[in-house]
Design a protein around this ligand. Structure first.
Ligand SMILES: [Zn+2]
Length: 490
């Protein structure tokens, strides 16, 4: 497999500027240097690993020494070009600064640069991981950069720009390399699949590109392994199995299980199944969390973001399916899962069984959490109530509010018979209370009079007729005059 890995990566390593993917900015500037014949003596290539810094440095070295250049490109056929491709040119020195970081290494280099190029025109020094040099080594290098021999070109490459001394940077032309977006990598992998006669589907390509994490080199390394694992059948189903990802449908189902109280049992059935299948439940928790985060990005219309962990085909599906889902519920859920995931890592649980038990407990807590109303849900209810109250106030007759207010505290007391009630009501103070006396029911009628109580509570809210409400209120007060013992049946 390791041998295979070398094959793909080497086979497709760009040999021309035009074959480099995505780094148009850096490549364009270098090509311009050849067009205008302004070749610098020191370049610094800055950018993440595996995006083509060394590859471009080699193409540059080839073009500098090529016997038959084709415009801005090297010929890749002459002796100089083929030697550089094979890595045995005497004029191109690749030095790994990580393992040659001392001042003595740079002193040797300074002795070496004095010699003229043997075959070509330039002696090219490619210093990889140059930020690893010691400060003494940087100082020694600086002396060479200050007065470089005319036949020498330095190409420094680094992933950590901030570790390079300012004095060095000011002597170099800088070129910035970027991570390659998933969509670009996906397209690139597809062209390779066609060339290599691999079977594939769109989701399969997505996972290969995703695993490359912006690096062409890592993408091809992973693709190499995937070809072996899937026997050249790079489909989403096989790739998911390879990387231990359950696929978006599992997460959709789990989310629905969590949201729907009737489906809670399914959460635990799923955890058990995953455990039996030997799945890494901590990774699963993280994947689910990423899924929820992606869902939030989709809801916020940020779905085209590179970080999204969802194949493009599934975006629309998710958008539709969870259109109605409250953002706040999602945020709370994601936040809880993040804490659960962090806690699991901290706790260093000893076995997958412990992880499962812990997750089961946490999911039970999540279910309890779900029962609590959300803040936005409460706000919506509050808004409804406010509307209701406003319409009630609009519907109430003059003085009606006051009447209901005096009535309200009496109802619960009436339900809990108390000797004070009849005494209080026997002392009418308002005109309406005086009216009550005329409408007093006979003792036989009291059960009837008591029965409208629940109606009296609701009717004034919906009724716009002042007369009707007054009547109801009177009935209400009338009921209070009877022996409290009679309310026991209410
Ligand atoms: Zn050539």
């Amino acid at each position: 497999m390791n041998e295979n890995h070398q094959v793909l990566f080497r086979k497709y390593r760009p040999q021309f500027f035009k074959d480099v993917i995505y780094q148009d900015l850096a490549v364009g500037s270098l090509q311009n240097a050849f067009k205008t014949k302004k070749i610098g003596h020191a370049y610094i290539f800055i950018g993440p690993r595996g995006v083509g810094k060394t590859t471009i440095a080699r193409i540059l070295a080839k073009r500098l020494n090529c016997e038959n250049p084709d415009g801005v490109e090297p010929c890749n056929k002459c002796l100089s070009c083929t030697e550089i491709t094979k890595g045995n040119s005497n004029d191109v020195m690749e030095i790994d600064a990580a393992s040659n970081s001392g001042v003595d290494n740079i002193r040797d280099l300074r002795e070496n640069v004095k010699f003229n190029a043997m075959g070509g025109k330039y002696r090219v020094y490619i210093l990889d991981e140059v930020h690893m040099l010691s400060s003494a080594a940087f100082n020694a290098l600086l002396k060479t950069l200050e007065e470089p021999p005319p036949h020498v070109v330095f190409i420094l490459a680094t992933t950590e720009y901030h570790k390079i001394p300012e004095t060095i940077l000011s002597r170099c032309q800088d070129f910035h390399f970027r991570k390659v977006p998933v969509a670009v990598l996906q397209q690139y992998v597809e062209t390779l699949c066609v060339k290599e006669n691999f079977k594939f589907d769109s989701e399969g390509l997505f996972w290969i590109a995703k695993k490359g994490d912006g690096s062409v080199r890592d993408t091809l390394s992973f693709m190499e392994q995937a070809v072996v694992f899937t026997d050249g059948n790079l489909t989403g189903v096989k790739l998911r199995k390879m990387i231990g990802y359950h696929g978006i449908d599992t997460f959709i189902e789990l989310l629905e299980d969590i949201l729907d109280p009737a489906r809670s049992a399914k959460i635990f059935e799923k955890l058990e199944t995953f455990f039996q299948e030997g799945m890494d439940l901590i990774k699963f928790t993280w994947d689910f969390l990423e899924f929820l985060n992606s869902l939030l990005l989709i809801k916020d219309n940020l779905a085209d973001r590179e970080s999204l962990n969802i194949p493009v085909e599934d975006l629309q599906k998710l958008k539709l399916q969870f259109r109605e889902l409250d953002r706040e519920v999602l945020i709370l859920l994601a936040e809880n899962l993040f804490l659960i995931h962090e806690k699991m890592n901290q706790m260093k649980l000893r076995s997958s069984y412990e992880v499962k038990v812990y997750l089961e407990i946490q999911f039970r807590k999540l279910i309890l959490e779900r029962e609590k109303p959300s803040v936005s849900g409460l706000l919506a209810k509050l808004a409804d109530l406010t509307k209701q109250i406003q319409s009630d106030i609009g519907n109430l007759p003059e003085g009606g509010e006051k009447e209901t207010e005096t009535r309200k505290p009496l109802i619960p007391e009436a339900k809990r018979p108390s000797p004070q009630i009849p005494t209080n009501i026997n002392k009418p103070t308002s005109a309406s209370a005086a009216l009550d006396e005329k409408l007093l029911p006979s003792p036989q009628e009291t059960p009837k009079a008591a029965s409208p109580t629940p109606e009296a509570e609701t009717k004034p809210k919906t009724s716009a007729d002042p007369n009707e409400m007054e009547k109801l209120l009177k009935e209400k007060f009338a009921g209070m005059e009877v022996d409290p013992g009679q309310f026991k049946n209410l």
